[in-house]
Ligand binder design. Structure first.
Ligand SMILES: C[S@@+](CC[C@H](N)C(=O)[O-])C[C@H]1O[C@@H](n2cnc3c(N)ncnc32)[C@H](O)[C@@H]1O
Length: 352
């Protein structure tokens, strides 16, 4: 067989997805254009001016102060990925996917998608190979400080991050409430609870429960304005501080959603040990995170794990075994992992 024939043979061999290898790779790499277009459309707020009825791109460009021909190219690519629906005459309509880009959609992805192209995130991902070489996170490599420290001097990035977390939280909060019975809890502390979306939802459903929202001072100060605790303010209080130094006292349950995955094992042990010191014998710790499956194959936890690699100092998604070991190192015992309708699970631990 001559070299050309061998080459042809190689390029026509099919990849697992059923595509020739070069086409499969091209498709994977062009995911960048789709993700960035999605992020730009979210940032511009295009979906807020759309419905299931098609509208012309010129109208949308006027509404969001965009360059119509450029916006058309972005919308056309997104329509090819089923984000929008393309109609004749450069018109587009929302699909169930892009409904979630509307600012007021329950569980809106607008801020999360927009955050994908925030300067800090792009700069951090540009350092991924260096992250892999050194084990350091991309934010520190790019800016010399971790993301939470960086946000202190960039309120616009902090704002987008908090909004992204809050809206993503509303989907997961509903799923957590459906999956877990909180009825025996007297007082629940939401450690690193952001602006109180999860705590507010739980307190609303359990009128006998009291709650404490705990987060950094600059975050807790925004909780009142966010209004998630407004309906339950007689039973909710806020405390600010660092969970590496202390956690609220006098609670029989501590919930941590998307906190443990932000940190390395040693720092997680510090947080969990501080909680363990406060925990009564019948108390419980509820960690709400994705759990990485042992099996090969696609899983959202594996993608989120890379976000943790790039954007946090040692943070990662963990397997069930890793959670078991982490809890044990802080005097806790993993008792069960409850799946929810979303990729997030409720991982319950009790005093060992
Ligand atoms: C990924 S967000 C999760 C927020 C919220 N639990 C949720 O799921 O929407 C991480 C949270 O940890 C908070 N945080 C970071 N470092 C902290 C610290 N040292 N002490 C207390 N909170 C901290 C951040 O302000 C942020 O609200």
């Amino acid at each position: 067989m001559n070299i050309l024939a061998e080459l042809e043979n190689e390029t026509t061999a099919t990849a697992p997805a059923g595509l020739p290898p070069a086409a499969a790779l091209t498709q994977i790499l062009f995911g960048k254009q789709v993700a960035f277009c999605l992020s730009a459309a979210a940032r511009l707020g295009v979906a807020d001016y759309m419905s299931a009825e098609p509208v012309q791109v010129g109208y949308l460009a006027e509404r969001v102060a965009a360059h119509a021909p450029a916006l058309y190219r972005v919308m056309r690519l997104l329509a090819s990925a089923d984000v929008f629906e393309e109609h004749p005459g450069q018109s587009f309509a929302l699909t169930p996917i892009s409904e979630l880009l509307k600012s007021d959609a329950p569980g809106s992805f607008r801020h999360l998608a927009s955050m994908w192209s925030d300067e800090w995130s792009v700069a951090a991902y540009g350092r991924l190979a260096e992250c892999v070489r050194t084990g350091q996170d991309g934010v520190t490599l790019a800016y010399g400080r971790n993301a939470f420290d960086l946000f202190e001097s960039h309120p616009e990035w902090a704002e987008n991050f908090q909004r992204a977390m809050t809206s993503y939280s509303s989907v997961t909060a509903a799923a957590i409430l459906k999956a877990y019975d909180f009825s025996e809890i007297q007082c629940l502390a939401d450690v690193g609870g952001g602006r109180g979306k999860l705590l507010g939802s739980i307190l609303k459903q359990y009128p006998q429960m009291r709650g404490v929202l705990f987060d950094l001072p600059n975050v807790v100060s925004g909780a009142q304005g966010a209004g998630h605790l407004a309906e339950v303010q007689d039973r909710a209080r806020t405390e600010s501080g660092s969970f590496f130094e202390r956690v609220p006292a006098h609670c029989d349950a501590y919930i941590l959603k998307h906190i443990i995955h932000d940190w390395d094992d040693q720092r997680c042990r510090t947080i969990l040990s501080l909680i363990r010191e406060q925990l009564p014998p019948h108390g419980r710790v509820l960690v709400c995170e994705m759990v990485v499956p042992q099996e090969p194959g696609p899983a959202p936890a594996k993608a989120l794990d890379i976000e943790m690699l790039v954007c946090t100092c040692g943070g990662k998604e963990r397997t069930a075994d890793e959670f078991t070991q982490l809890f044990a190192s802080a005097g806790l015992r993993l008792v069960r992992i409850l799946p929810t309708e979303t990729p997030v699970c409720v991982i319950e631990a009790r005093p060992a």
